[in-house]
Write a protein that binds this ligand. Structure first.
Ligand code: PLP
Length: 456
């Protein structure tokens, strides 16, 4: 029997009355036609089709819709670290297409080898062996396969509420019903979960991030010991909601993994390549995983490419084909990734993310002292979250207000997404300047004030 599906209005904002009202007021005829065609041809799915709007340009931190309205894109699916359409990247891709557009799988090529070497150079520890895949979900699944093969175990441990991709294996280690339910199961067997840490709204019932991380680490240690045969623990080193683990958390989990013969996989698909103010989020706690997964921004916001990085001792699949993808050594996507990393280094974007992110967080704290609607603000680098609540005492999620703030901000030129319905999540490109961040936060400040004034 199919599992019940959540009602459309519950599961998504893409059919809500607020969405409809905003669309009627703001969309021009061209966008409406495109959206209708989109809905006609694409299978509908939550948080995707029906779409919000239609865009015709993406440039730097900006996207532009069919009516010529420009929005600072503080979402960008975390692909746009170097800004959209970086001229150096476009040139490199064009040159690579002229020189060598594709490499059939039995052949290697210069760009693929150069990218592998570059990733080995910048990765923490000795993560010096790689496989490339077309997308993040695939890379997560390759990491799972390697962990299973290397340990001879099949069980995985991960966090509830996490997202690791839409494939059967990736969705199994993910912890969001949206990607696990709806009649698609059973998913990959052996996927076990623990509740994650959170300094605000902690699933373990604690009230500080330190206590929450302690409870969470204890639970991980408990499960690893009780089961005794977990192949790997997979997690994002910083939860994208966002929630930031306190110092020492990952070192403790690393030690627990080592005690129980469990590998540690870090999914750095959104956080990797500088988003949190370090090249890899795991470097904040000085922890080296056994396997590290990258994606999204690796393709420079133009092409899809993801990667699994592993310790050399985990090169255990020589007789099999764990990641036998058609575009495994595509020279164009490899060149794009290599150039993207070089741009991040040459333009010192990691340091910029740390600097602009820190002053943005300070400003968000000021906004919190001004708006009762804000229950919590948190972030690291350019992964920032503002949690809206109807009451700071009950902490009840202010989902309708969050949606209203999102539409108000869109009307004044800022695009971002909400997470869990009530967390305004800001993930701008690493190229964002202090001035642009200031303007975006002015928009947000005004939108929150306006919505708060409308709702007594
Ligand atoms: C943490 C994390 N892991 C994996 C994925 C899946 O990547 P992809 O959409 O490229 O399959 C995502 C995508 O949002 C992600 O945020």
């Amino acid at each position: 029997m199919n599992k019940p599906t959540p009602s459309e209005s519950e599961s998504d904002t893409n059919l809500s009355p607020q969405r409809r009202a905003w669309a009627e007021k703001n969309l021009d005829a061209e966008a409406q036609t495109l959206l209708a065609e989109d809905e006609k041809y694409f299978l509908r799915q939550s948080v995707s089709t029906p779409c919000l709007n239609a865009i015709v340009k993406a440039d730097g931190i900006w996207i532009e819709d069919t009516a010529g309205r420009r929005y600072m894109d503080f979402h960008g699916n975390n692909v746009h670290h170097i800004g959209y359409g970086h001229p150096r990247l476009k040139r490199a891709i064009a040159e690579q297409m002229d020189a060598l557009p594709f490499a059939p799988r039995r052949y290697t090529c210069g760009p693929a080898v150069a990218l592998a070497a570059k990733l080995a150079e910048i990765a923490p520890g000795n993560l010096s062996k790689v496989l490339f895949t077309p997308g993040g979900s695939d890379a997560v699944e390759v990491a799972i396969k390697i962990a299973r093969a290397a340990t001879g175990r099949y069980k995985m441990l991960s966090f509830w509420d996490a997202f690791h991709g839409a494939g059967f294996g990736a969705a199994a280690v993910g912890g969001e019903a949206l990607f696990r339910s709806g009649g698609v199961g059973p998913l990959m067997p052996g996927a076990e979960h623990v509740a994650p840490y959170a300094g605000y709204r902690c699933p373990y019932g604690t009230s500080t991030i330190g206590a929450s991380a302690d409870a969470c680490a204890r639970m991980i240690e408990y499960v690893l010991e009780r089961e005794g045969d977990i192949a790997a623990f997979i997690a994002e080193p910083m939860r994208a909601v966002p929630h930031i683990p306190p110092p020492g958390f990952w070192r403790r989990v690393r030690a627990a993994c080592d005690r129980h013969g469990t590998l540690l996989i870090f999914d750095e698909i959104p956080t990797g390549l500088g988003k949190t103010g370090k090249m890899f989020a795991s470097q904040h706690d000085g922890v080296v995983p056994d396997l590290l997964v990258l994606g999204k921004a690796l393709g420079g916001g133009i092409v899809p490419i993801a990667a699994v990085l592993a310790r050399p001792e985990l090169d255990v699949g020589a007789a099999y084909a764990f990641g036998h993808y058609t575009h495994e050594k595509n020279p164009v996507t490899a060149r794009a990734a290599l150039t993207t990393i070089q741009i991040i280094e040459d333009e010192e974007l990691v340091a910029n993310a740390g600097r602009v992110g820190a002053s943005a967080l300070a400003r968000l704290h000021e906004m919190k002292s001004k708006h009762a609607l804000i229950g919590d603000v948190r972030g690291l680098g350019l992964l920032l979250g503002i949690e809206l609540v109807t009451s700071r005492v009950s902490k009840a999620p202010a989902k309708a207000a969050a949606e209203a703030v999102m539409y108000r901000a869109l009307e004044t030129g800022l695009s971002f997404k909400t997470t869990f319905g009530n967390v305004l999540t800001l993930t701008p490109p690493l190229t964002v300047t202090e001035a642009e961040m200031g303007k975006a936060l002015d928009i947000l400040d005004e939108a929150i004030g306006t919505v708060a004034a409308e709702k007594p």
